[in-house]
Design a protein around this ligand. Structure first.
Ligand SMILES: NC(=O)C1=CN([C@@H]2O[C@H](COP(=O)(O)OP(=O)(O)OC[C@H]3O[C@@H](n4cnc5c(N)ncnc54)[C@H](O)[C@@H]3O)[C@@H](O)[C@H]2O)C=CC1
Ligand SMILES: O=C(O)[C@@H]1CCC=N1
Length: 275
């Protein structure tokens, strides 16, 4: 029988993960969620067939694996509330940005396996990518199970040094939002040029999907893929020159740096060493 998984805090990220799991064939009767709102419990039960509880303690007690999906600022209070129900044979997976393994272990209060993950919302379609790091109590078979779990909703990468989780957050956790913003700007401009919304959205999004597939599926260096489209004195060259004039490297570096700095700030603010 598959391990039972409890999602504590059912919002955007939890929904993305368990809907990806369900689509990959994970049995709905092995998935639980918690919400304090009766309407949300009813909705998730009806829509996804998972069991919904109002009390985190109950879900934690019944679970083999607990996925912590509340906001970073809520994590300490939520974990401390159910800590007395934690068993050492359980596995905890946190998805929270900027909450470190040591803090989670301190709040859980036991020598328990904890994996810190940084997933992203494309997990919902089985197209996620997740950065992972485990604490010292996580054994190889648990790590393998976690790899399989995230493989069923996309792909995953184990990170050696927890400090790199800040970069992972900037590179893949938050990144789908950058791409959405880019396509929003493209669609807006195409509409200003007279194309309708639906056509603009279809052309821009499929151009992005095709380009992403080329990066993932072909071995060519990314700059070569770009050069293959850029005829000398052609149209693409003019668009790219406009990016260079606006210093695209700097724009992207500033954005990633801002993301990393916020992640570091959160790690300080939401730390057990502050208790
Ligand atoms: N949204 C994203 O793309 C990503 C989010 N994350 C992480 O996922 C976590 C959740 O983020 P989102 O899903 O975007 O937020 P969200 O606000 O959609 O979900 C959080 C949920 O927790 C619930 N909640 C709050 N207090 C609770 C309690 N005491 N007991 C049970 N449930 C409670 C809220 O009602 C809400 O539904 C965060 O820690 C974030 O850093 C990580 C990677 C990507
Ligand atoms: O914005 C956030 O804090 C979360 C973490 C990565 C994506 N969303």
């Amino acid at each position: 029988m598959k391990p039972s998984i409890a999602f504590i805090g059912v919002g955007n990220m939890a929904r993305a993960i368990f809907s990806g799991l369900l689509a990959s064939g994970y049995p709905a009767d092995r998935i639980m969620g918690t919400s304090r709102t009766p309407e949300k419990r009813e909705y998730y039960q009806q829509q996804y067939g998972i069991s919904m509880y109002s009390e985190n303690e109950q879900a934690v007690s019944e679970a083999d694996v607990v996925v912590l999906c509340v906001k970073p600022a809520q994590m300490q209070a939520v974990v401390k509330e159910f800590a007395s129900f934690v068993r050492e044979d359980q596995l905890f997976i946190s998805v929270a940005a900027g909450v470190e393994l040591d803090s989670l272990a301190t709040w859980l209060g036991k020598s328990v396996a904890v994996v810190r993950s940084m997933p992203n919302t494309p997990s919902q379609l089985g197209a996620g990518v997740t950065g992972l790091i485990a604490n010292q109590y996580t054994d190889d078979s648990q790590k393998e199970w976690v790899s399989e779990l995230f493989a069923s909703i996309g792909s995953s990468v184990w990170i050696e040094d927890e400090a790199h989780m800040h970069t992972v957050t900037a590179l893949s956790g938050s990144a789908p939002a950058y791409f959405f913003r880019f396509v929003e700007a493209m669609v807006k401009n195409a509409k200003e040029q007279g194309l309708d919304e639906e056509t603009s959205r279809q052309l821009a999004s499929h151009a992005m999907l095709g380009a992403a597939r080329m990066i993932v599926e072909l071995e060519d260096p990314i700059d070569q893929l770009r050069k293959n489209i850029t005829s000398p004195k052609g149209t693409t060259e003019q668009a790219l020159l406009s990016f260079e004039a606006a210093d695209i490297d700097k724009i992207v570096a500033n954005a990633m740096h801002a993301c990393v700095e916020r992640s570091k700030e959160m790690a300080k603010t939401f730390s057990a060493t502050k208790d």
